[in-house]
Design a protein around this ligand. Structure first.
Ligand SMILES: [Zn+2]
Length: 570
């Protein structure tokens, strides 16, 4: 009975609060008995609300795109009217819509470019298949134009050797050819590309990037981080008119939106992208997920110049933090900046730092003063220290409540960094799916470092609300794969690394929902199934609390609902 009366109170409390905004005190209570009939009710569910006031429920009601009541099936049923849509969950599991706090949403690449690896799943490909796909593209590409491949993963190659400049020379000697690692920080080039960029075996490396060599000192094709800048303005690339670009971008965003909701994501923090196209996709009804738009380049500068701060927009498209300000290399490609040399690498190498402390300080201060939530990409302990230094300085110069600077990835921590993250109120967004998908790369770091990488246990214990950051393209974005990675730390190859950082299913669910909402200052309107919040939820065929933890990633997404509207499944 206590439970039921709590349910009643929560429903009434909400209606009262909603109506109280329009009219004073007791009149509001009188209105509750004639509360509006819900548009939708879900009954007979195993509902994990992620709301500490009422963690479990059976049912809820939705009106105007928001949850209006949560409780037992019989209570919620009694609210329904003739026009209320009734979803019978048949004892399936229901969770809040999942939130990805770091995603490049590369719809255009997926639709239009040559994909040489599997974006969504672990799959081993052959170097011959990569060469063949690029050869086919080269056949329809005029000489001098780039032929590019995407979603390469160096540890998902059947050949058990590195992709090389010689492989890519087989594609063409007339075209510059590149294959981008899905991690986004390394690219492989052919001889024509090196020739056009004027890079030879004697071109020096810098602290921000390298031209890698084979044992004989010849270029092997792999180029890391900022060293790739020399390729930016050489060779030709297809250009499209304004109208054609808009159409391509619209189709790409509509496509990626379908992929997101198919996997149970209802909110995604986008790294830049075509904002106009995004609004058009929404206007024509094809935006199925909510976007925290993280601006970069010209768009970010326009925000600063014109006074657009974080939070501007609405519950579908809202300016969030800045796009990641990149400060070091990559975890998956082993270029992140470490305080110790990479185990077993000769000559000794500690990764790439792609900014200076002074530049970083200036950038963070400028964004912070402009009212824009800062977001820095920092993987290694060296770089996390640098971004915290910049955050601490900005907050000292210009204190603001609810600072919440994002540390995208925040991969390798230590006790000191943990305390400083907590003290400044930073929100890390570590990789989630890597625990499963990229376990084949953990050996490059070794167990001692992996115990401090993707440190979800450490963050949870310190009370730091780490959010999920798939980083797609680099990591698959499926939240259930992310959950399995966080819960088991066991990879596709059966290897377990850093098991001390395991978290529970409930903790992982918080990472995937409410913490993502917190990361964009939206925890008051999303991230849990609570009265008054946006009705974003997912129906799962199985309960991640009770299935074999090694099968969480296989749980079928039965239905995804955004704002009370079914956007995937039936
Ligand atoms: Zn990223």
């Amino acid at each position: 009975m206590a439970r039921q009366s709590l349910n009643r109170r929560r429903f009434m409390g909400l209606s009262g609060a909603g109506i109280a905004g329009l009219m004073p005190g007791s009149q509001a209570l009188a209105q509750i008995t004639s509360a509006p009939v819900p548009d939708l009710i879900l009954i007979n569910g195993k509902v994990y609300t992620v709301d500490p006031l009422e963690p479990r429920a059976e049912a809820f009601a939705v009106k105007g795109g928001r949850f209006v009541a949560i409780g037992k099936t019989e209570d919620i049923k009694s609210l329904a009217g003739r026009r209320t849509q009734v979803l019978d969950a048949r004892q399936m599991t229901v969770v809040p819509g999942c939130i990805d706090a770091h995603n490049h949403a590369p719809g255009a690449i997926l639709l239009y470019d040559v994909i040489v690896g599997n974006p969504y799943q672990v799959e081993f490909v052959t170097i011959a298949s990569i060469v063949d796909k690029l050869k086919e593209r080269a056949r329809t590409t005029p000489p001098g134009f780039w032929v590019e491949g995407f979603f390469f993963d160096d540890t998902k190659v059947q050949d058990k050797r590195a992709l090389s400049v010689h492989d890519l020379d087989q594609v063409s000697r007339e075209h510059p050819v590149s294959v981008r690692h899905r991690g986004g920080h390394t690219t492989y080039y052919n001889s024509k590309a090196f020739e056009l960029a004027g890079v030879t075996k004697s071109t020096p490396n810098t602290a921000a990037g390298t031209f890698d060599r084979d044992p004989n000192g010849e270029l092997n094709g792999r180029v890391t981080d900022r060293a790739r800048n020399v390729f930016l303005n050489v060779g030709k690339r297809a250009t499209f008119g304004a109208e054609q670009t808009l159409i391509r971008n619209r189709d790409a965003l509509a496509f990626i939106s379908e992929q997101f909701v198919r996997h149970g994501l209802t909110s995604v923090h986008h790294q830049g992208g075509d904002l106009f196209a995004l609004q058009q996709v929404r206007a024509r009804g094809d935006l199925l997920h909510r976007v925290s738009y993280e601006a970069q380049d010209d768009m970010l500068e326009a925000m600063v110049a014109k006074g657009i701060a974080t939070g501007f927009g609405d519950e579908w498209i809202r300016f969030g933090a800045t796009a990641e300000h990149t400060c070091d290399g990559s975890f998956s490609e082993r270029t992140m900046a470490l305080s110790v040399p990479y185990p077993g690498v000769e000559p000794p190498y500690q990764g790439n730092v792609t900014t200076t402390q002074a530049d970083l300080n200036d950038w963070v201060e400028r964004m912070h003063r402009a009212g824009i939530q800062v977001n820095c990409h920092a993987n290694g302990d060296v770089t996390i220290d640098m971004v915290l230094t910049a955050f601490e300085r900005a907050q000292r110069l210009h204190p603001r409540p609810n600072f919440r600077p994002k540390i995208t990835h925040c991969t390798l921590i230590n006790e000191d960094l943990l305390q400083r993250i907590k003290a400044i109120g930073a929100v890390p967004a570590p990789f989630t799916s890597y625990g499963y998908y990229n376990s084949d790369k953990f050996r490059f770091y070794g167990e001692a470092l992996m115990q401090r990488c993707m440190a979800y246990r450490s963050f949870a214990d310190a009370g730091i609300p780490a959010a999920a950051g798939s980083d797609f393209s680099p990591g698959p974005f499926a939240p259930m794969m992310g959950m399995q990675g966080m819960v088991t730390r066991k990879g596709w190859n059966g290897e377990t690394w850093g098991a001390n950082q395991r978290i529970s299913v409930d903790e992982a669910l918080r990472v995937l929902t409410i913490n993502g909402a917190y990361a964009s200052h939206e925890e008051a309107i999303k991230g849990s199934i609570s009265p008054g919040k946006l009705a974003d939820f997912v129906v799962l065929a199985d309960d991640p609390h009770t299935v074999d933890p090694d099968k969480i990633k296989d749980i079928e997404i039965v239905r995804t609902v955004t704002g009370g509207k079914t956007v995937y499944g039936a």
